[in-house]
Design a binder for this molecule. Structure first.
Ligand code: AKB
Length: 341
């Protein structure tokens, strides 16, 4: 008789910004054990929220086999990735981690579904980095973009995310379509294209939308901050609690209501200047200067000013709680102040 295995939710990239928030939320609500997986030691803060903490590389198939030896995986939040700035320093490694890593987890989802006979929900955070505008004039003229527009990323990270969305759709709909015994792969792939995210509790590393969170975290610590984009730079952002809510809402959404595998979401899109002004009014001594790094600027300039998120609102009821004012007044400022007090 096979040993009974425990029902589990697997979270890769558990130590990352989104991993932190998501694991806290899953610990409150999930009816399954949470398995936290990361390449580095799992943050001790998450220890009591997870049934298992696994340190390992998603590129290592043996490590993934060990995970499923003990647990029956019903849901995967595949958060592990190398972000846009970091990926440009080592594009081939980024491709390995971002694409091969995702493929390994999709394969694990197929196998798990075959074991327990249910579809495995696969939640994949994609990004506004999948968009690519050729120049500023086009970006300004385009305004808010739909999921199907401007899918011409200029970064390795953006290419990886766009391709993995397609891989997810393939596994969900067309897997081994020519095989004599072809059956449903059992993968229920759902993806959100996130804007820049701002957390009060963690500071991001390796992204290009990092200027906004870096600015406010520096101000709260009384540190000077040289913003690496121009004051007029504009892309969409969202407070981390709304991002976590969105992931949970999409996970829980009725499959019949979903008309797509990929969804835009957004909450607000201030310019870097507006963000600096709000930061200065919350932290009056803030020393913020603008010293654009032309290369990173080029990446942010290729991302749209805004996105159309009607599809998310209609299909699964997306509605962010935090607009820009509430994000500052009720979420960022009190929590960041307490953090560095
Ligand atoms: C990055 O800057 O790479 C990420 C993203 C926009 O996906 N934060």
């Amino acid at each position: 008789m096979p040993l009974p295995r425990r029902k589990a939710v697997l979270v890769t990239g558990a130590n990352g910004e989104m991993g932190h928030g998501l694991i806290q939320r899953l610990a409150q609500s999930a009816d399954a054990d949470v398995i936290a997986l990361d390449i580095r030691d799992i943050d001790p803060e998450l220890a009591d929220k997870c049934a298992a903490r696994i340190v390992g590389d998603i590129l290592d198939p043996r490590m993934l086999e060990r995970v499923v030896a003990e647990y029956e995986v019903h849901t995967i939040f595949h958060l592990a990735a190398l972000l846009s700035t970091r990926a440009e320093f080592t594009p081939e490694t980024a491709h390995e981690v971002n694409v091969q890593g995702t493929l390994n987890l999709l394969k694990l989802a197929v196998e798990q579904s075959r074991w327990h006979g249910r579809r495995v929900k696969f939640l994949f955070p994609s990004s506004i980095a999948v968009y690519g505008m050729p120049d500023l004039e086009t970006k300004r003229g385009a305004g808010a973009v739909k999921e199907t527009e401007w899918n011409l990323p200029s970064t390795m990270y953006g290419c990886n995310k766009l391709y993995c969305e397609q891989l997810g759709r393939y596994y969900a709909r067309h897997y081994r379509q020519l095989a004599v015994d072809s059956t449903d792969a059992g993968v229920d792939f759902r993806s959100i294209r996130f804007p820049g995210l701002i957390s009060a509790f963690t500071v991001p590393h390796g992204g290009t939308s990092d200027y906004a969170p870096e600015m406010i975290h520096a101000a709260a610590q009384g540190l000077p901050y040289a913003c690496f984009v121009r004051p007029d730079t504009r892309i969409s952002f969202m407070a981390m609690p709304d991002a976590i809510d969105a992931l949970m809402a999409l996970m829980e959404a009725d499959a019949e209501r979903l008309t797509s595998h990929v969804y835009n979401i957004t909450a607000f899109n201030p310019s870097a200047q507006e963000f600096a002004e709000l930061t200065r009014s919350a932290f009056p001594g803030a020393q913020i200067t603008f010293e654009p790094d032309l290369r990173r600027q080029g990446i942010v300039d290729s991302w749209p000013e805004d996105v159309v998120d009607t599809r998310s609102r209609t299909d699964w009821g997306f509605a962010p709680k935090y607009d820009l004012r509430r994000t500052f007044e009720e979420y960022l400022v009190p929590n960041i102040r307490a953090r560095y007090a």
